[in-house]
Ligand binder design. Structure first.
Ligand code: TRP
Length: 445
């Protein structure tokens, strides 16, 4: 049977950007910016995206397209009879762990979306926003039901295939996402006091910069671009051979960054206009923003738009995670796609239910000192991703033959490959050192 493939440049792009743009951009990026000195953090983040992460996206695409296989088999094909395929196995594991908490947050966005739809024309009660959030996440049944609904969307899209599922739905949803963020941004700009928020985002305060901040920026760049666990390897394996990998990677990195900045521009002015501290942190999206919506004209309409944005961002990311495992299971066990997706989704839902419950009734159950939810989060984002990323660059920079890498970079010598020298240098020397630094910082912290 012929392997599925994306239809062309735009198809790959929406899928890759869909994977990259997620809760990482809309929820994590704004509060990290808030905590780490605003514009100065953004500048460092931009430098990391362009200098370190862009070459890593290219590397993942190269591994995927060269082998045309799932992330485990990719390494078996390129490095037969070596332990390198462990990277792929770790990637599959990481996808699983990320989904186990990401789908729970996806469920919360559905619950919020549903409630803001119901209250579309009424004034919400702002005194209880905090307890509304706590009530939701600690209740035993409701968040799990929404997680299941979220997972059904996820499974449905991935089941439909790469071109007819992932690509098709990303092509519809990503432009909607972009349009809605722009609407929200314009609305946010009209709030009194919004200028303060914009200033915070464009005027760097370099006194806030220290190694901690620098490392946080690199870690965020990694998570936001879906790097380090074979997501881009898997998507790379579906890229037609005529497409230019460096151009695709560049456009993906720029778009992801644009979305992060737009999200910052949509959220920060509102935060300042209502006198909320930009350092509010993870609660920003679910507690602080609804408070703002409650106080502006047509607030519930904007709440609906905002939670649709969050939902689209989350679903187009989570399908890339499910695809990593689905590609592996279908190719390894020769299982039918539909059955594989159903089985994996079932397993993810069971784990996700436990991480949901760990916000409430199972709060006391600890794995290595963390709740189940935090354990999945920490294990994947802070340990598996950087480790995977490190080995991926080492693989392309030191194990693969330079001629092989060059071949894939230039589409068999048909592209000029002007920047190949710079790319190769970064992959061999700069990226491994930088990632090792982040990794050590994260585990020693
Ligand atoms: N990049 C997504 C976000 O910003 C999350 C994500 C999807 C991810 N696939 C990934 C993160 C793979 C790390 C690795 O929300």
């Amino acid at each position: 049977m012929k392997r599925d493939e994306f239809s062309g440049f735009f198809g790959v792009l929406v899928a890759a950007v869909g994977s990259a743009v997620g809760l990482g951009n809309l929820w994590r990026f704004p509060y990290l910016v808030g905590q780490n000195g605003g514009a100065a953090f953004i500048l460092i983040y931009l430098a990391f995206v362009m200098i370190i992460c862009l070459p890593i996206i290219i590397s993942e695409f190269i591994i995927g397209r060269r082998s045309r296989a799932n992330t485990v088999k990719a390494f078996q094909i390129l490095a037969p009879n070596t332990p390198w395929s462990i990277i792929g196995v770790v990637g599959v594991l990481a996808s699983f762990c990320i989904m186990a908490f990401y789908t729970v947050v996806g469920g919360w966005t559905l619950d919020y979306l549903f409630r803001s739809l119901i209250h579309l024309f009424s004034k919400p009660d702002i005194s209880s926003l905090e307890s509304q959030f706590t009530n939701l996440v600690t209740s035993p049944v409701r968040p799990i039901l929404w997680t299941v609904v979220f997972m059904i969307f996820n499974a449905f899209i991935v089941m439909s295939g790469v071109k007819k599922g992932i690509e098709k739905y990303s092509k519809i949803m990503m432009p909607v996402l972009f349009l809605m963020i722009v609407i929200l941004m314009i609305q946010s700009f009209t709030l009194p006091g919004a200028a303060k928020g914009v200033e915070f985002l464009v005027k760097p305060d370099f006194s806030k910069i220290n190694t901690q901040v620098v490392l946080a920026a690199l870690g965020q760049a990694f998570f936001s671009l879906s790097l380090g666990m074979g997501c881009m390897i898997t998507y790379g394996s579906y890229i037609p051979s005529r497409e230019n990998l460096s151009k695709l990677s560049f456009t993906t990195a720029i778009s992801d960054t644009l979305f992060a900045i737009l999200a910052g521009l949509a959220i920060m002015p509102a935060v300042f206009a209502f006198g909320i501290s930009p350092q509010e942190g993870p609660g920003l999206v679910f507690i602080v923003l609804p408070r703002i919506f409650a106080q502006i004209p047509l607030g519930n309409l904007f709440a609906v738009i905002f939670f649709i944005i969050l939902f689209i961002a989350a679903i187009t990311s989570v399908i890339s995670l499910l695809e990593v495992i689905t590609a592996y299971v279908t190719e390894r066990l020769k299982m039918k796609r539909t059955i594989a997706v159903l089985l994996i989704s079932l397993m993810v839902t069971v784990c996700a239910s436990f991480s949901s419950l760990s916000q409430g009734v199972l709060k006391e159950v600890k794995l290595f000192g963390r709740t189940i939810f935090d354990f999945f989060d920490h294990l994947s984002a802070n340990i598996l991703l950087p480790l995977g990323g490190l080995f991926i660059v080492l693989f392309v920079g030191w194990y693969m033959k330079k001629s092989q890498v060059y071949d894939e970079f230039t589409n068999q010598g048909t592209l000029k490959g002007t920047l190949f020298g710079a790319f190769y240098f970064i992959i061999r020397y700069v990226a491994p050192v930088a990632i090792a630094a982040v990794f050590l910082d994260l585990i020693l912290r």
